[in-house]
Write a protein that binds this ligand. Structure first.
Ligand code: PNS
Length: 159
């Protein structure tokens, strides 16, 4: 079985993330969305809310939702992948600017776990400039982010 872990902060999940999940589902038999518990970051959406919002948002996928798990994790992504017997880590690329940091992470993860590969999917161009950080900022200032996030997220964003 081809199983991939898709790690991230997802604060909040965007339509770009969901696009990556859908593309990963077309390639992998099982995809685990893994939300990092990062004690150094103060997320705007608490962990339970982020998990619930992601689970509810999977309904917006055209197919594959029944092959997706959502969980939280601490520690190294490669350790999680090993625990789950997942052979791949999925990450999304929006633009060339993502590449350098993603390359560094993929190379370091490979150093830690040579048997686990990172697989990149390109977001649709309509999501290329969407980030969780910008979504939070626009929403906090009263802007319309309805074309950037799943419907479930809209209900949880502060106006
Ligand atoms: O959504 P993000 O914030 O870009 O996701 C970053 C994430 C969670 C993928 C990255 O910080 C991560 O993998 N953290 C877990 C700790 C770890 O494995 N660090 C080594 C990566 S080289």
């Amino acid at each position: 079985m081809r199983h991939a872990v898709y790690p991230g902060t997802f604060d909040p999940i965007t339509l770009g993330h969901l696009d990556i999940v859908g593309r990963a589902c077309a390639v992998f038999d099982r995809v685990t969305i893994a939300v990092l518990v990062n004690p150094r970051k103060q997320p705007s959406m608490d962990l339970d809310t982020r998990l619930a919002v992601i689970r509810a948002s999977l309904g917006e996928l055209a197919q594959g939702a029944d092959r997706i798990d959502v969980l939280s994790f601490g520690g190294l992504t490669v350790d999680l992948a090993r625990r789950l017997s997942a052979g791949s880590i999925v990450r999304g690329l929006r633009a060339i600017s993502d590449f350098e940091s993603e390359l560094q992470m993929a190379q370091l993860n490979r150093r830690l776990a040579p048997d686990i590969d990172t697989v990149f999917f390109m977001t649709g161009i309509e999501h290329a400039y969407v980030s969780s950080t910008m979504v939070r900022e626009i929403a906090a200032l009263g802007g319309d982010v309805s074309s950037m996030v799943p419907n479930e997220v809209l209900r949880h964003l502060r106006p």
